[in-house]
Design a protein around this ligand. Sequence first.
Ligand SMILES: NC(=O)c1ccc[n+]([C@@H]2O[C@H](COP(=O)([O-])OP(=O)(O)OC[C@H]3O[C@@H](n4cnc5c(N)ncnc54)[C@H](OP(=O)(O)O)[C@@H]3O)[C@@H](O)[C@H]2O)c1
Length: 385
Amino acid sequence: MKTLCLLGATGSIGQSTLKLVDQHPDRFRITALSAHTQVDALIDLCRRYRPMHACIADTNQFAALRDGLSAAGLSTTPLAGADSLEAMAADDSANTVVAAIVGAAGVASTLSAARAGKRILLANKESIVLAGQLLMETVAAHGAQLFPVDSEHNAIFQCLPSGGGRDGVRRLILTASGGPFLGKTRAELAAVTPEQACRHPKWSMGRKISVDSATLMNKGLEVIEAHHLFGMPAEAIEVVVHPQSIVHSMVDYRDGSVLAQMGEPDMRTAIAYGLSYPERIDTGVKALDFRTLAALAFQSPDGETFPCLGLAYRAIGRGGNAPAVLNAANEIAVMAFLEGRLPFLGIADIVGEVLETVHWEPAADLSVLMASDAEARRCAIQRIH
Ligand SMILES: NC(=O)c1ccc[n+]([C@@H]2O[C@H](COP(=O)([O-])OP(=O)(O)OC[C@H]3O[C@@H](n4cnc5c(N)ncnc54)[C@H](OP(=O)(O)O)[C@@H]3O)[C@@H](O)[C@H]2O)c1
């Protein structure tokens, strides 16, 4: 029986994880759940899954959580705040932590799970973008296991040799759907709205990652993620646009073989792989029907219209705190865009400017990275207002 601490239970990945738990009650049991502000939704989930702990990250909502759990007659322990999230991620009641918080807010709890030697299903890509080296070292030092949930990295994980050797690998090829604005010019993107940016043609996701997909920053973050997860240099990580989102990513071997992982675009496949590894379980995702599939197309990304991808490669090249700065500036810019305070094209402008402004430092420890994250946020906010 896998016991699960689900961080970010009210989000898109959280909900997909719960669908798998519902399908396999004999294999998975929820012992801890978290949300940020959606306290009523969290209480509803506690009614359904009866976890030992529930944490609301926004401390202002603690009383509402405590009273709601008590009114429902549940023995679930109410918790609140970032420290409690970290403690919950390390608690003995779960052997598996699903890290599905969005943004840099998820870093500390992911690291806490790693220090506690958990099996970690990593959806929170910002953890590895911001603190990649530190996270990989912590995982290794404490015998934790990391299963990438991002569909691209999950695909690569499935296509690499199971022993983890990289000798025969020539390139990792990350596929990108291209997002809702594939084929558009910069002029056409000047006035696009958050609703248009969040209308992803293939994947149903949270709003932040949907905007990241539209700017191609999502792919940039994924290049950084792949660099750390698989120990490959940026030059050996290529991005190709594949609008059908059927090939989730590929590994190109020296001998000329290319292994690809394919499937319907549904996150339950990647989550299930991490949940049940090394076994395969039913997910409810429909089988690919090759007789009705349209042609699979591949093309180069348009770096001029979507400069965020290039900015991410620049951040990897600089190393140190640069990926943390890139990520923080992007989070602020995306939020400003979603709130109607920044045009779509302004996102890349802000990220580029902040990357050039914040002092470079080596990624010595989490406090350096969090200080860089805070400085980048301040710098981005100043530029937007
Ligand atoms: N969705 C996908 O298909 C997909 C695919 C690949 C990777 N990912 C990655 O998975 C992560 C989650 O994405 P998502 O699409 O599921 O996001 P989402 O739908 O926006 O859900 C985010 C979750 O995190 C919680 N949260 C937000 N801010 C928080 C904070 N400051 N402290 C603690 N918890 C916080 C939210 O709680 P409330 O509901 O209370 O706000 C919610 O439970 C992201 O890193 C994303 O890049 C997602």
